[in-house]
Every structure is written in C-alpha cells, then in structure tokens.
Design a protein around this ligand. Structure first.
Ligand code: F6R
Length: 365
C-alpha cells in the first residue's frame, strides 16, 4: 500500500529514517557495537580475517564499494569488491583467511549466489551476507548474516535497501575493526555518528521541495555526469544509476579526479554535472574540479555540507546539506540523489516504480 505517497519509490525514500534506525536496533549501544548481535559465532569468525572479498550486483555493489573505504580505513584489512557476474566467470584467487561477503537485497540474485557457491569450492574463512529477505537462498547459505530491516521494497529502483545495507556494513566494519586495533574512543565516535543518522536523513528529506525544483533542469537533458571523491564516488555511481533507471537519462559517474583524464571533453552547457561534496579533506580538491566544469560552460548541481562553503553563482546550483560525520556522509548524501532522480522521472512521466526492461529480482543470468 502506497498510503499517502504517489509511488512506492517515494514512500520507500521517506521510510529511510525509520528503517535505518531499525537496522541499528539491538546492534549498538550508546557507545559500542554489540558484536554478538551479529551472530553467536561472530567473534570467532571475525578474528583472523585478513582479507574481505565483497560480491554484489547493481545498487548492492555500490554499497560494497562504500564499504571498501570503511573497511580499509577503520579495520586496516584489505578489501576487494567485484560485481558477481564478473567474478564468477574469471579465474580468481581467494586466500583461506578471506571473509567472503555477499550483499543482496533479495538474496536471490543468480550471479551473486553463483559467485558464493563457486567461492565455497575454493575455500575461505567464512561466508557473510548482508540481506533484506529472511529465509532467502543467500541467508541460508551464509555462516554469518546481518539482516537489513528495510521491510519489503516494492519499487524496482532500490532506495531504502541501499541505505540500510550501508548502515549494516558500517556496524560490521566496526566489529571487524575491533579485532584490528580500533580504539574504544574511535568506536564511540562512529556509534555516535550512527545514532545521528535517522535525524540527519529526515533533515535531508525536508529539502524535498527544493530538490524537486532543481529537478526541472534535467527534464530536457539527454546526458549527465555525477562526480564524487573517496567514499562519495560510489554515492555518485548510485546517483547515476538511479537517474538512468527511472528517468532514462544517460548518467555516468566518475571519481572527480578522473575528470580531466577524459570526460571533461564532454562537458558543455547540455551536460549537467552533479557533485557530492561533503566537508572532508577532499573538498578543496573537489572545488578545483568544479571550476574546470564551470570554465567549460557546464551547469553544476552541488550537494555540499553547509560548512564546505561552496558558493552558488551563475550556473552553480548549491544544495546545502546538514553537517555530518565523514564516515556516515555516504548514507546521508545518497538521499538527495534519490529524490533528484525521482522528481526528474515524475516530470518526464516515466513509470517510476516499474521502469521499462527491469525486474526487481534478477534470478536468471
Ligand atoms: C537498482 C537495483 C538493482 C539491484 C541489483 C541487485 O536500483 O535495484 O541494481 O541492486 O539487481 O539486486 P539484489 O540486491 O537483490 O541482489
């Protein structure tokens, strides 16, 4: 039931503060992650993990890409991320002390399951799943499971599944990092940032009308670029995927530093450039990328931390977001991009909940 909402996608976007909270519930205290809440055997399975191999498809793959930044940053454990359909069809090397982590909303994606089954033959330390559907094949075939508490996701374009996957992945990362020297102080800082998330996502939802206004600029465009740096690069990828899926506008994501290595040649007044720029160490660098785009007549749409001091000017539209902790920023910054693609699609009159050619769960190769 869509209730008061025009589409399931919009309803699911608005459910995010609640389902993110539900995904944290029972898994964190005020200051700590409860490792035993991840599974009675979690402490044993996470000890001596020397490598994490993440496998997923689509939006779930983007969640894995964010997690890689977290895992290497906080746990200092090397992490590889690959789309399932690539991994399963190449010769791969898995070390025995690897945690094999599959991320899937449905838990039934054929390529992801095939990758897991193949990897089992090669051997690894443990199989872990981040999944939204209890009793799914992925859940049944994994040693350690963190269920996202997103509830059923009806819209084909994944929204609340993604942000709850990220929430679960951050909790997992802290647990893993504790086995690898994460200080109690740092853990408390991250857990405090987690507690702030539902409120911050609500604050972003309050910008809906402004984002709807911004969406008008995309209506008559055929192409767009999405830029981000660091853990915001996968956020840009996810923003681009949402826009192509439901509005059928070609959208490509680039790590901002790659701009001058090719895509800059595409930039002109017909190519809107969307950028996510939280206030971290990379924001100064990002600002120079913005100038590169601006100098070529490209119109910029910047989602930036209030404190980042990105100034709106002619051709530069700035949406100021609440100040957030750098670690949780990818979760918060996903939400305005979901709203942007939603409103563009509504303006274009596409079938938002059931985009052409797509299925909710891809159970065939
Ligand atoms: C995009 C989308 C897809 C899925 C992908 C994997 O909005 O929904 O890209 O993320 O098909 O599905 P799951 O997560 O069920 O394995």
């Amino acid at each position: 039931d869509k209730g008061e909402y025009r589409h399931f996608m919009l309803k699911e976007i608005y459910e995010q503060p609640r389902v993110i909270k539900a995904t944290m519930e029972g898994r964190i205290t005020k200051t700590r992650v409860l490792e035993q809440a991840l599974g009675t055997d979690a402490a044993n399975l996470l000890e001596n993990v020397r490598h994490v191999q993440i496998i997923a498809c689509g939006t779930s793959f983007h969640a894995g890409m964010v997690a890689r930044y977290w895992i290497e940053d906080l746990a200092g454990v090397p992490c590889s991320v690959e789309v399932a359909s690539e991994f399963r069809y190449r010769k791969h090397v898995i070390q025995p002390d690897t945690l094999f982590l599959c991320i899937s909303q449905s838990g039934e994606t054929a390529d992801t399951l095939a990758a897991l089954r193949q990897a089992k033959k090669a051997g690894f330390r443990a199989a872990m799943a981040i999944c939204n559907v209890p009793g799914s094949s992925l859940v049944r075939e994994s040693d350690l499971v963190i269920m996202t508490q997103a509830g059923p996701e009806i819209g084909v374009a994944s929204t609340k599944a993604f942000t709850t996957q990220l929430t679960a992945l951050l909790i997992f990362t802290v647990a893993l990092a504790r086995h690898n020297g994460l200080s109690e102080e740092k853990e408390a800082e991250i857990v405090a940032a987690l507690h702030q998330l539902p409120g911050q996502v609500s604050d972003v939802l309050a910008l809906d009308a402004e984002i709807e206004d911004m969406s008008k600029a995309f209506m008559d465009k055929n192409h767009s670029l999405f830029l981000g740096r660091g853990s915001q690069y996968p956020v840009a990828m996810e923003g681009a995927l949402k826009l192509k899926e439901i509005s059928y506008i070609h959208a490509e994501a680039y790590p901002a530093g790659e701009l001058k290595h090719g895509p800059l040649a595409l930039v002109d007044s017909e190519m809107p450039v969307v950028t996510v720029a939280p206030n971290n160490a990379l924001v100064e660098k990002l600002k120079s990328n913005l100038e590169e785009v601006r100098a070529r007549g490209g119109e910029l749409f910047v989602f930036a931390d209030r404190a980042a001091d990105v100034k709106p000017e002619d051709g530069v539209h700035v949406m100021q977001l609440p100040s957030v902790h750098e670690i949780t920023a990818p979760i918060v910054y996903t939400v305005p991009l979901q709203l942007l693609s939603y409103h563009v699609a509504v303006l274009k009159g596409t079938d938002v909940d059931q985009p052409r050619n797509l299925a909710k769960s891809v159970t065939v190769e």
